[in-house]
Design a protein around this ligand. Structure first.
Ligand code: AMP
Length: 199
């Protein structure tokens, strides 16, 4: 059963162009910039650094161990494919590739996802150094679900603060981005991914 309210069978039966893509229970179709047979890549609502994207299996499963060998291969090949384009676009000299596999490990969205974060020397200096990134991933700053839960309880307050998604703009010192900004980034990345494929 798909968490987005559509079963795997119903999803497969839809014409490709009209298939809605869900990350957990979030509808993220306009944020998706790359798809393969078993995976998709999307731009992040709250990137920790520029170019921080997520790679997910199309199948809605929470845990990494549930992926089939083919899905696992496809997921990691997609990580490599996306890295190629991010390296060029962000002049990345390194990457963090991370999977928080289960709630106790910091996972907040119960749909397998690999964080792919382009890195450069000194890019976290102002925020306490490179290793701080893992703390941020695991901690409050990466916990959008908690933000949503909180915002759900304080719906009126969130509305007053003008967020379409009910997130406080200053949540975790890291603003949740608007749909238009994410759509534009996805469009740009889609185009740039195509450029690399031509070479
Ligand atoms: P984790 O804490 O490992 O489960 O990571 C969840 C990731 O999903 C974080 O990087 C969030 O910023 C990101 N995220 C949560 N909701 C959305 C959404 N609707 N669209 C894109 N990214 C999201």
């Amino acid at each position: 059963m798909d968490e987005g309210g559509v079963t795997e069978e119903e999803h497969e039966a839809m014409p490709p162009a009209s298939r809605a893509i869900y990350f957990g229970s979030f509808l993220v179709t306009p944020q998706v910039f790359h798809t393969t047979a078993h995976s998709f890549a999307l731009v992040n609502l709250k990137p920790l650094l520029p170019g921080h994207v997520l790679i997910c299996p199309k199948r809605h499963i929470p845990r990494f161990a549930s992926l089939t060998p083919i899905e696992t291969q496809d997921l990691f090949l997609t990580v490599q494919r996306v890295q190629r384009t991010l390296t060029r676009l962000y002049a990345a000299t390194a990457f963090n590739v991370a999977i928080q596999d289960g709630e106790a490990a910091g996972q907040t969205v119960p749909h397998v996802h690999a964080h792919v974060i382009p890195r450069r020397e000194g890019d976290m200096d102002e925020r306490g150094g490179g290793d701080k990134l893992y703390e941020m991933l695991e901690g409050e700053e990466g916990d959008v679900a908690a933000s949503l839960r909180e915002a759900g309880k304080a719906g009126e307050a969130a509305k007053l603060e003008g967020s379409e998604r009910g997130l406080r703009p200053d949540e975790g010192n890291r603003p949740a981005r608007g749909e238009e900004e994410m759509r534009k980034e996805a469009e740009w990345l889609r185009e740039e991914m195509g450029r690399d494929a031509e070479q």
